[in-house]
Ligand binder design. Structure first.
Ligand SMILES: Cc1ncc(COP(=O)(O)O)c(C=O)c1O
Length: 502
């Protein structure tokens, strides 16, 4: 097999191999069940090290595109082909309005309402930002084994930056995502929420300007509000943050920090391209602005994603943050940050002052998952299950939602984003949905101030729950649309919104 490789490209060779094979598999040019060339044959034919081929194959395996059969080699997957959404193109195109504000405060209410709802059995919880709990396979078994292995060390206090073995395993995992870092650049945190909080406290002072995407993760908005930072919300386009507007505001306000979610953005589900990532970094360099890249949903992609912005960072501008909450167990509270050069030690001190260190029990559990290979297998299963659920939800939306509603088609993650006509009373719809045991949260929480009416819908549910919940929501939306359809506004909305439907 001949794979065209650009040995001068900033994209590492193993990623070029993975991307090329991935395209061939997804387009059907390498058919289902076909055996890939052996590691040795591939390394000889394209003249690369065997380890490079192993890394590329491992990544394709983690992408769910191939599987290894012991003693026989690597084969293209039939049932777990994750590309069925590939031809779907979201034409999400909200109005491009910049919002400037000093924060929004509904994170606490939304979070507690969501946890309460998850305790109630008969509620369909579409507003959650966490994975479904039915894919627990042998999570508990692995956790028990981790505890048995860790033994006495669990009773000892530890370093604030976290256990070396876990940092090493995370560094190895990140290499496969195209981000080459050493364990000495990683700090283990109590979920990514703590990483965000520590880093924002460290980088920002009261009244500093910060840029965020709009909409964005409300937990980050809550921290910025607490810090009394001044926040500029740059609107999302289908490609990610609007870079023209970003440049305009970098020039006019000279912000200290850009907060961005480049992969599987919360709440829209959008993943930016490599070109977008590089352009954003170039702008940050030009205007001497730091970047906080929060890729909490990394690993839940249905198709390959470009390396994080951090991978292109030659000037120590980017702090990269992620977590195991969205892929393993939210309750285990293990996240991490990759901190550039001079900022590492001060942030380790911040961590120590905050809570000494992350629980050694939690760290041991995550280490066991990573070291045993369970994590990769678990991710494969999760992605397949999430893709099926996403497709069930897309079908239900087609069946039950009226024409006037638009939605994104995320290539991974846990939720999609629906965009409702401006005149619809979103709060009333959410309250009425709850009386039918369907919990949805208004998208308002993700905006600094009033944005457009929207809902983030978590698709990690059983097909029955998705079908029932979306049917209830569709009925309510239709009812409210009918009530307001006498107004002229509706017909103009229809035109706008149907043009942004996929
Ligand atoms: C973008 C983003 N960042 C960070 C977090 C915090 O997650 P955790 O602290 O559980 O890692 C979340 C949770 O929803 C999130 O969506």
């Amino acid at each position: 097999m001949n794979i065209p490789l650009d040995r001068h490209s900033p994209t590492p060779i193993y990623l070029q191999i993975r991307n090329y094979l991935s395209r061939l598999i997804q387009s059907g040019k390498i058919p289902d069940r076909q055996k890939l060339p052996s590691i040795r044959a591939m390394s000889t034919s394209i003249q690369v090290n065997k380890l490079t081929v192993i890394e590329a194959y491992s990544l394709l395996e983690a992408d769910g595109l191939i599987h290894a059969r012991q003693g026989s080699g690597y084969f293209v997957n039939r049932t777990i082909k994750v590309s069925s959404g590939l031809t779907l193109r979201s034409t999400f195109a909200p109005s491009q309005e910049v919002i400037i504000s000093q924060g929004s405060g509904s994170f606490f209410e939304q979070y507690t309402a969501s946890i309460q709802a998850r305790r109630q059995r008969d509620i369909i919880e579409f507003s959650s930002g966490f994975p479904c709990t039915t894919i627990s396979d042998n999570l508990q078994q692995v956790a028990k084994r981790a505890l048995a292995k860790a033994g006495d060390t669990l009773f000892r206090e530890d370093f604030p930056e976290g256990q070396f073995i876990l940092r090493q395993l995370i560094a190895q995992m990140l290499v496969q995502q195209g981000l080459e870092v050493s364990p000495e650049e990683i700090i283990i945190t109590a979920g990514s929420q703590q990483a965000l909080s520590l880093a924002m406290q460290y980088y920002l002072q009261k009244d500093d300007w910060v840029i965020v995407e709009t909409p964005t993760y409300h937990g980050a908005l809550g921290i910025l509000e607490n810090l009394q930072a001044k926040v500029i919300g740059i609107p999302m386009t289908a490609e990610g943050m609007n870079l023209e507007l970003l440049e305009q505001y970098l020039k006019s306000h000279r912000p200290k920090l850009i907060y961005t979610i480049s992969t599987l953005h919360n709440p829209t589900g959008i993943t930016t391209s490599q070109a977008h990532r590089q352009a954003l970094l170039t702008l940050a360099q030009q205007y001497e602005c730091l970047i906080m890249e929060d890729n909490a949903y990394e690993g839940l992609n249905f198709e390959p994603v470009p390396p994080p912005i951090k991978a292109f960072d030659r000037h120590n501008l980017v702090t990269y943050i992620s977590t195991f909450s969205k892929t393993l167990m939210p309750g285990v509270r293990v996240g991490y940050m990759v901190v550039p050069g001079e900022h590492y030690q001060p942030l380790v001190k911040q961590k120590l002052l905050n809570d000494l260190h992350v629980s050694t029990v939690s760290q041991a559990i995550v280490s066991e998952f990573l070291a045993s290979g369970h994590y990769r297998r678990h991710l494969n299963r999760l992605r397949i299950s999430n893709l099926q659920s996403r497709n069930v939800m897309l079908q239900a939306l087609e069946n039950y939602f009226p024409e006037a509603i638009a939605w994104t088609i995320p290539q991974g993650g846990l939720f999609l984003w629906t965009h409702l006509p401006n005149h619809l009373p979103i709060q009333a719809i959410c309250s009425e949905a709850l009386s039918h045991n369907v919990l949805v949260a208004s998208g308002a929480a993700f905006f600094l101030r009033q944005g457009y009416p929207a809902m983030r819908l978590n698709f990690c549910h059983t097909p029955e729950d998705i079908e029932h919940g979306i049917k209830v929501l569709g009925r309510l939306i239709k009812k409210y649309l009918t009530e307001s359809s006498i107004t002229m506004g509706l017909s103009s909305q229809r035109v706008i919104v149907s043009s942004i439907r996929s």
